[in-house]
Design a protein around this ligand. Structure first.
Ligand code: NAP
Length: 302
């Protein structure tokens, strides 16, 4: 019988723990702070930024939302990032993706203080994930996928995990996370050039789909008893819906769910966990910064 993995309910559990951590930090005079920079007026990005800001406020985090015009230059954006790097009230910085085309996103990520890089995209944090250094900040969506599995009591150790997609946001960091000692999955990554995909996915105990192709994973791709984490968010036309579209994942849910031991819905699965893990990374960054300050260590970068 299929067990639905409820991302909203699991995110609420994360928030219970975070509220306690935030209260402890505040009692020591530290209010964790997140700065979110939005360049331009992409409507989807604006919605994401608004929900991040709202969640910060709900949790009692210090939240700064900086909205810059679409004409912002690389050097103007770099200057703003450096200001937040120096600001002791800000522990996490996020530049909402995608920025306008004149912005070199990779250079912006490299300019972030790695200790404040709550997206976990800075090369130092990527290296720490590869090295298994727990002081690193890990990208939010992979962290959310892992937490969903843990909270659902899915046995990851020794499991065959097949990840569809090799992006630096989801597939690659998730593979690095799940293969770490102590988590101990046997990980295979598939991508657009993978041959015999069905053979690979049918061998999986756990499948994570992160490719951005609506309802790509079908019933004949999976074996009975599989656990499926669907990261995809795709819009498909739906005249019956008042918005004219509906959101679906990378998994054909109605076909795959009857074969699955456990599966995430879209929406309401990975999405709520991504934002919960952003809040969690901000609190982790604040804890680490306050510990460094107590020990009299210099910040990780200038
Ligand atoms: P991306 O950067 O476009 O990467 C897509 C990956 O999928 C690539 O590695 C690509 O392979 C692979 N791929 C494409 N078609 C494939 C196929 N037919 N078979 C196997 N692999 C295939 O995407 P992303 O940023 O990782 O995002 C993936 C999806 O997750 C999107 O729907 C996105 O909206 C969603 N997402 C959701 C959340 C959330 O919070 N729920 C967060 C992030 C992303 P190549 O490398 O060979 O091109």
């Amino acid at each position: 019988m299929t067990n639905l993995i409820d991302g909203r309910a699991i995110a609420e559990k994360v928030y219970v723990d975070l509220r306690r951590d935030i209260a402890e930090l505040k009692a020591r005079g530290v209010a964790p702070g997140l700065a979110v920079i939005l360049v331009g007026d992409n409507p989807a990005s604006r919605t994401y930024v608004r929900s991040k800001d709202k969640m910060c406020r709900d949790l009692g985090l210090h939240s700064v939302k900086l909205e810059l015009p679409a004409t912002t230059t690389q050097s103007e954006l770099l200057a703003r990032v450096k200001e937040f790097n120096r600001d002791p009230a800000i522990h996490g910085i996020l530049v909402q993706s995608p920025p306008p085309k004149q912005i070199d996103e990779a250079a912006i990520v490299r300019a972030l203080d790695p200790g404040k890089d709550v997206d976990g995209f800075h090369p130092e944090n990527v290296a720490k994930l590869a090295l298994g250094d727990p002081t690193g900040l890990v990208p939010c969506t992979p962290l959310g996928c892992h937490r969903l599995l843990v909270e659902s009591e899915i046995d990851i150790s020794g499991a065959q995990v097949v990840i569809l997609g090799r992006s630096m946001i989801v597939g690659k960091p998730l593979a690095l996370l799940l293969m770490q000692k102590g988590i101990d999955a046997t990980v295979t990554i598939a991508h657009s050039r993978t041959r015999n995909l069905g053979e690979i996915t049918r061998s999986a105990d756990i499948i994570v789909a992160a490719i951005g192709r609506a309802e790509f994973l079908r019933a004949d791709h999976v074996r009975d008893g599989v656990v499926v984490i669907d990261v995809g968010i795709n819009r498909v036309d739906d005249p019956a819906n008042e918005r004219g579209y509906r959101l679906v994942g990378d998994v054909a849910f109605s076909e795959v769910a009857p074969k699955a031991r456990a599966i995430t819905p879209v929406p309401g699965g990975v999405g709520p966990m991504t934002i919960a893990m952003l809040m969690s990374n901000t609190v982790k960054a604040a804890k680490q910064a306050s510990k460094e300050r107590r020990l009299g260590q210099p910040p990780t970068s200038t």
